[in-house]
Design a protein around this ligand. Structure first.
Ligand code: URA
Length: 206
């Protein structure tokens, strides 16, 4: 079994923190094991908890629209969260929950080795830009070791505030340019992913 899928199974069985008690499904993340771009959100919401898949509610619809605007389908990127189980009532994840879940995200990043990481919202931003304010640094790529990290607003915040929606659309335009620069000039535009690239989770209840 692929290491990434093995890790996903470990996450689905996880009991490391109190969030395990209230979840219906843990949400490990999804996308190609060799994705060049990884999106890291906050934690599963209602729809994600039901389906065991990240960003499948309104925030996910916006993320997909923004991806389409830069010529990408969600199946071409890896999407995950800092916590893999839904906090009750969608409250913020607590420090000990973030700490308990951190090794899973560390491992996902080690296995996938993305070239670009886009943080969505302040919890994933804090991993790379501790103490910074999202309204000051959003959209500004920063090289950290061999990965370029781009902090962005969370789609849910953009859905709430028109001003942040504009900022997010602009940040995605810049992301599009960054991603285009990653592709060698001879590269054909990416086609639809094959079944091998993309592991659907329909084999599992969650
Ligand atoms: N919000 C997140 O941060 N992650 C999801 O998977 C869905 C909504």
């Amino acid at each position: 079994m692929q290491e990434l899928e093995q890790l996903a199974q470990e996450i689905r069985a996880c009991q490391r923190c109190r969030l395990a008690k209230g979840r219906r499904c843990a949400v490990p993340g999804e996308g190609p094991a060799d994705a060049a771009i990884m999106f890291i959100g906050e934690g599963p919401g209602f729809h994600e908890d039901r389906q065991g898949r990240p960003f499948v509610g309104p925030s996910g619809a916006l993320l997909e629209e923004l991806l389409a605007g830069i010529g990408l389908q969600r199946q071409q990127v890896y999407i995950t969260n800092v916590v893999k189980c839904r906090p009750p009532g969608n409250r913020d994840p607590l420090p000990d929950e973030l700490e308990a879940c951190r090794p899973y995200l560390d491992r996902q990043i080690e296995l996938i080795r993305p070239k670009v990481i886009v943080t969505l919202g302040r919890f994933s931003m804090a991993r790379y830009f501790p103490g910074q304010s999202i309204s000051r640094i959003h959209g500004q790529p920063q090289q950290q070791g061999d990965v370029t990290v781009v902090p962005m607003f969370h789609p849910a915040a953009a859905l709430r505030q028109a001003q942040w929606m504009d900022a997010m659309r602009e940040d995605f335009r810049r992301l599009g340019a960054l991603v285009a620069a990653l592709r060698p000039p001879s590269d054909a535009p990416p086609g639809p992913p094959s079944d091998d690239d993309y592991q659907q989770l329909s084999l599992f209840d969650c």
